[in-house]
Design a binder for this molecule. Structure first.
Ligand SMILES: [Zn+2]
Length: 458
């Protein structure tokens, strides 16, 4: 299938360019020409066309927590209690409905690929479903129906926490998360990687099966080595398998790790060969200067989740220092208090400003890179997130004449646009969002129908 779009303005490499013609064949861009006249049959895209956005850190089921964790003081622990309450109620059917609605909300916001940090694996008592990947397959189906590319970051989660005396066992709802040991985790992920099940109603059918280590709190050192060996085995001669890890979100993690291992979480991950260009650390909030240098030198991506980090009172991580040290930056909506990558991008810059009393810590183009190409690379899609030949035909048209964006320079619209200004989204050449509406219909209704039953008598 050949297609062509004519864009009033499009974001090429470093910024916006006028009158751009984009052609694609079978979902891949074949040519991009600036200062071009439209041709008959071209679809016209108004406003500014950006490459599809990458949301590199999602826990889809946390979407059910939005606007429900701020009562009774709203501490981190009241949030976690509510999160476990939702986690205990989901089964493959309700998980599919919730994730499909959350991913449709992402599509509305211009997100064309999501990294799902997936640890809700087993039955509430910890026993596997008949297909041990039933919950992962529900996510795959959800993304296919919502029209979003999925990188399933299947998460090794073995312990309930770390103290200076060692790891504590999983208990209560956490039993759903664990596979017993990293060998059994790898066997299950291997089966998922070989699964060829296709979704009949798919708008987009594109899944990368990657890996995650929940954190050094949840995976003991000798098991980290098993994960690293599994990653080597899967890589073979294809693109490296992406691996993501929560890192130093709270000071307590650093203290426990230092107390038990005598080193920081970053140093521990390096010693187990888990850092590198295929790796992404999430949050990276409380780091020493040595940690920053280690992450940068290894080319590990740092995924910041500014709306979550402020919602949970985590603190502000050293984003500029990491970038300067060599770490690419990506963005995630994590617990989905907000699903809006413009807001995450602005948060990256705004938190730096508050911390340093300086403006202009990141140029607008650097923020767009974090939303697009750097994010897709972190999800195992190195060609995506650019408007150039060979990249997937994933396009996001943003209005430049909405009440929020009118008068803004296209080059700086990342500082004024919101998810509500995304008018059209194309994934693999297929229009998923048109005139600000998802092809699935009313996404607010889908979310309500998926979320309200989870809270009945709870
Ligand atoms: Zn997370």
């Amino acid at each position: 299938v050949r297609q062509a779009w004519w864009c009033e303005q499009a974001w090429l490499e470093d910024g916006p360019v006028g009158e751009v013609r984009i052609e694609s064949a079978d979902g891949t861009i074949t040519s991009v020409v600036a200062d071009a006249d439209p041709r008959p049959g071209d679809e016209h895209l108004r406003g500014l066309v950006l490459p599809g956005f990458a949301n590199t850190h999602s826990h889809a089921f946390h979407r059910a927590l939005r606007g429900r964790t701020h009562g009774e003081g709203g501490t981190f622990w009241t949030w976690r209690e509510r999160m476990y309450a939702v986690a205990s109620r989901l089964d493959p059917g309700t998980y599919l409905a919730l994730a499909r609605a959350a991913y449709a909300e992402m599509a509305l916001a211009g997100i064309t690929a999501v990294g799902e940090f997936h640890y809700l694996h087993h039955r509430p008592d910890g026993e596997p479903y008949d297909d041990p990947n039933a919950m992962g397959l529900a996510l795959k189906e959800a993304a296919a129906q919502a029209g979003v590319r999925l990188t399933l970051l299947d998460t090794c989660y073995l312990a309930g926490g770390l103290t200076a005396d060692g790891h504590v066992p999983l208990e209560g709802t956490q039993r759903r998360f664990g596979d017993g040991d990293a060998g059994r985790w790898a066997e299950r992920v291997d089966a998922m990687r070989r699964s060829r099940e296709r979704s009949p109603g798919a708008l987009v059918d594109d899944v990368v099966v990657g890996a995650a280590v929940h954190s050094v709190r949840a995976v003991p050192r000798e098991q980290l080595a098993v994960v690293a060996a599994a990653l080597d085995g899967w890589t073979g001669d294809s693109d490296p398998v992406p691996v993501h890890m929560h890192l130093s979100e709270q000071p307590a993690e650093n203290e426990a790790c230092q107390g038990f291992y005598g080193m920081s979480p970053t140093a521990l991950l390096r010693s187990e060969q888990l850092l590198g260009p295929h790796a992404t650390v999430v949050h990276a909030t409380h780091l020493s200067g040595d940690d920053v240098a280690t992450l940068g030198a290894s080319g590990t991506t740092a995924c910041f989740c500014p709306t979550t980090e402020r919602d949970l009172a985590d603190g502000i991580g050293p984003a500029r220092a990491l970038r300067d040290a060599g770490a690419p930056l990506s963005l995630g909506s994590d617990q989905h208090a907000v699903i809006d990558l413009f807001e995450e991008a602005r948060g990256l810059e705004a938190h730096e400003r508050l911390n340093t009393l300086q403006r202009g810590r990141f140029a607008p183009a650097e923020l767009v890179t974090a939303m697009t190409s750097a994010g897709h690379a972190s999800l195992g899609r190195p060609r995506a997130g650019r408007l150039e030949a060979g990249a997937p035909a994933d396009l996001v048209a943003v209005s430049l004449d909405s009440p929020r964006t009118a008068g803004s320079l296209a080059a700086q619209v990342v500082h004024s646009a919101t998810a509500a200004d995304v008018r059209q989204v194309v994934v693999g050449g297929r229009t998923i969002v048109q005139h600000g509406a998802h092809v699935l219909g009313d996404v607010g209704m889908l979310l309500r129908d998926a979320i309200e039953p989870l809270w009945e008598d709870g």
